[in-house]
Design a protein around this ligand. Structure first.
Ligand code: HPA
Length: 269
């Protein structure tokens, strides 16, 4: 049996089968767990073939429960390439969630604001991305039952889901901006010259996650919606050292609004 199938089978036995929606909660964004009725949880270390979370700001648990009548699997904490995982490991949980039945994927992350109109604490929905990460999760022999060799990336973020989320945010009185996310390897933050460069490239925000997950979701034909919380302003002419504690606090503060919008969106799926 394929490792993905083995992990999925283990989780099915634990009641994680027949899921409708997958959610990945980024740095400081674990509050979505309060917006649904968590029925079961498993720490990543217990799941066969799952990478083990090393990031101190992530809980490292897979949750299942119901949200507005939908069965939701939520990852509290994700895997990053900079932690030393291969991109296949980083995206393994997304593959497993697909085997468990998810038909939609909702992602959140903390990101630096390249577009200087964006301020700390702003929520920005990804309308597109630029991938500057050096390893691709699809590199190597294609697993035909998962998806095609050359997946289309003309609409990596579902326009339909995005429009729904924008409408919900508006109804909830939450400002939801839109922008292009650029993914970098990390783990260092960028130099002033790099922020200028990323701006020239056409990026509005920068982060070290999300894009590999989106690539495998596209490969498997799962519609995605993703939102960044701007945790620091990347102004090359007025750059301050990033304070990691402050970054996490900023994400935590914005979390409630984002989680509320995600929960409502799930109700419409
Ligand atoms: N750069 C890269 N990743 C980030 C940043 C940043 O400024 N802020 C949060 N994640």
């Amino acid at each position: 049996m394929h490792n993905i199938e083995e992990a999925a089978e283990f989780l099915r036995q634990k009641g994680f089968g027949d899921a409708d929606v997958g959610v990945v909660m980024g740095t400081g964004l674990g509050g979505f767990a309060r917006h649904f009725k968590v029925e079961k949880q498993v720490v990543y270390g217990k799941i066969p073939h799952f990478p083990v979370a090393t990031m101190e700001y992530h809980a490292g648990k897979l949750l299942i429960g119901t949200c507005h009548g939908k069965k939701v699997i939520a990852m509290q904490g994700r895997f990053h390439h900079y932690e030393g995982y291969s991109m296949k490991e980083v995206t393994f949980p997304i593959r497993v969630m697909k085997m468990l039945g998810i038909k939609h994927l909702l992602l959140s992350n903390a990101a630096g604001g390249i577009n200087l109109d964006f301020k700390k604490g702003d929520l920005v929905m990804l309308e597109d991305h630029i991938n500057l990460q050096t390893e691709n999760p699809l590199r190597g022999p294609n697993v035909e039952f998962l998806g095609p060799r050359f997946p289309d990336m003309s609409e990596p973020y579902s326009k339909e889901l995005g429009a729904r989320l924008m409408k919900i945010a508006k109804e909830q009185g939450t400002t939801l901006l839109q922008g292009v996310y650029v993914a970098v390897n990390g783990p260092n933050f960028e130099t002033r010259a790099e922020y200028r460069y990323l701006n020239h490239l056409g990026a509005d925000m920068v982060g070290m996650s999300t894009v590999p997950e989106v690539i495998v979701a596209c490969h498997m034909g799962i519609p995605v919606v993703a939102v960044s919380v701007i945790t620091d302003e990347c102004d090359p002419d007025n750059l301050h050292p990033v304070d990691m504690e402050d970054l996490v606090k900023t994400a935590e503060k914005a979390d409630e609004k984002l989680s509320k919008a995600f929960a409502e969106l799930i109700g419409t799926l």
